[in-house]
Design a protein around this ligand. Sequence first.
Ligand code: HEM
Length: 386
Amino acid sequence: MNQLPAPPGAHLWRWTRDPLALLRDGAAAGPVFRLRLWRPAVVGYRPDWNRAVLGDLDTFRSARSLSGLTPYLAAGVVAADVPGHTARRDALNPHFHRRALLPHEDRLAAVVLPPDGPFEALSWAAGAVRRMLNAALFGDRCDPALLAAFLTPLDRPLPWPLLPRPRLFRRMDAAIAAVLARPPAGSLAAAVAGLPDAAAELRVALAAGYDTTAHTLAWALWHLAGAPRWRAEELLPAVTDEILRLYPAGWIGSRRAVRASVVAGVPVPAGTLVLYSPLLTHRDPDQWPEPDAFRPERFADGRPAWSYLPFSAGRRTCLGAHLARLMLRVALRPFCTGDLRAAAGDPAPAAGITLRPAGPLTLEYRPRRARPARPADPLAAAAPPR
Ligand code: HEM
């Protein structure tokens, strides 16, 4: 592994300051490069690497990888490894399938509450996603103030999302347990109520689905404001695909190798932190022509496997991918009519626990108003304003 190219500088220091620049420099050094973090790490971003790492759950484990660093993700299916992981996913998957989620659509649409006038896209999106997650997961039965308190640390820069918050987590778990005791019909809580560890699975789904979806939604609004020809309901899937390509919220994924192996021709010793980066994969000019351009039409022929991984791939693929797509479609739909403009902002990606716009993103939205009814008396219509 020591033969691999490496970006310049003190890696751990650079990782804590600006990991995206470090990754970019690494990618320029070669398709697989090494990093000296708190343990030796190796990063690849070509399809053969992604397939080898994500396809072998036995060698590349979640335990003691990056997700375990935050209490928000150190539980439930995220923290499980094979064989326990397989059983958990088999139990959860049917409830998160596209078709199983369709009955949620109207309930989600009812809580989107589009703005009217100037708004900041990140904070509006955060509120809308909190309301949609409350509707889908808990049938609206979770206290919105508690939900906001629980999720807000994820909106803050590192190291905030990494700090333990035992009291807050206990309050959230108690609230989820109360919902699970009498779960509202049709909610995901009702669907998973009988499963082992249901409360932990719901808490992890809530955290994993929050800032990821909110940041994606904010970026989508920004780009829709700048490219009005894409503001059409039937084009939203391609727009969403392209936003997720340009800004994959899960910008880095990690596993820990539990045995020595050869990955895409590269020997990887046991104990190595094995990283894949949807961001590097999606911005690789060898895989995506003009990778920095917003061009939803590139998805006309579908999504290429292993070089498009906003939701990862393989058996650990995002549990909430269909829920995320549903929330995004439902939340973006109102903005396809009316007047949407970007006023000011910085959409450049910045790395936190998820990728987020440097922001703020100030936009303005005026919904299309219903036409005033034609006055019955033509003279009344001609009367001067008082
Ligand atoms: C745009 C929004 C989202 C993005 C970009 C996203 C991205 C991802 C990625 C890249 C992974 C794999 C991480 C890894 O390699 O370890 C993942 C896993 C996961 N996501 Fe999402 N996610 C999103 C929304 C959601 C939502 C709404 C939920 C709620 C159900 C969710 C729940 C999960 C869970 C439970 C896992 C762990 C799966 C496993 O380890 O088997 N995500 N997500």
